[in-house]
Design a protein around this ligand. Sequence first.
Ligand code: NAP
Ligand code: GCO
Length: 261
Amino acid sequence: MFSLANKIALVTAGTSGIGFALGKACAQAGATLVINHYKQESINTALEEYKKLGISAHGYLGDVTKEDEVSEMVTHINEEIGVIDILVNNAGIIKRTPMTQMSVSDFERVIDIDLIAPFIMAKACIPGMIEKGGGKIINICSMMSELGRETVSAYAAAKGGLKMLTKNICAEYGANNIQCNGIGPGYIATEQTAPLREVQADGTPHPFDRFILAKTPANRWGMPDDLAGPVVFLASSASDFVNGHILYVDGGILAYIGKQP
Ligand code: NAP
Ligand code: GCO
């Protein structure tokens, strides 16, 4: 029931970080892997990395915030590879600025990529899924789908909205055998969180690094591969009766008040 054989999985920004780990997991579970990015160079590099793992993935160029590019990309994938069975909305950015200092354009950019793009991608993929008799949509949410934190107002608003978009796709298309769920990663060691883990000039850990370890019962940062099992579960028939759920893969952060300093 955890096999993805004969399924076509599209991972947006499946080129690095969490996206690469999600793509690798889907491919190693048997899926035909399709990755997307808005830079051809990123696609080319990633395809080489997948090849080193024995995975022959397909790459398609497109900025997920642009509906025309997404529509063209999905049409090409459906024609050249096959109708997409599994959509993983992974592409995302964060801007860390105190809200009163954040420009409206910066706020809008985060919303565009982290919330509106998953809407655009799902809107493009759902008709094919319905025709095919069903599908899986997995939205990459966040701790910030549940919690606020200083400087990440746009990101929290987007990821909170993504949680509710996930539930609404479930509500609207569950009858078409489409399961739409989210994965809420905790703090994962990728490029995106590198600034929060930078060793200080005096050689001591970043204060935020210490903070997250104190907030995480697992007492470690997550690694992208910690998300492999969860994504295969939600992409496979093992989760056919799971819908509108956000699966938090956070080492226990959301369950824990935090270690006493
Ligand atoms: P990352 O290393 O920054 O990767 C994000 C990817 O999205 C980058 O390749 C980025 O490309 C790409 N991207 C940005 N805008 C795009 C667009 N318009 N079209 C296509 N691709 C675009 O981040 P990550 O840590 O792997 O995070 C991946 C996802 O997990 C994000 O949605 C993030 O919010 C979420 N998440 C991360 C963590 C964590 O702790 N790392 C925790 C919870 C959730 P460029 O970098 O080249 O612009
Ligand atoms: C931050 C981090 C977080 C993580 C992730 C946690 O600045 O707080 O970047 O937002 O990326 O979303 O789940």
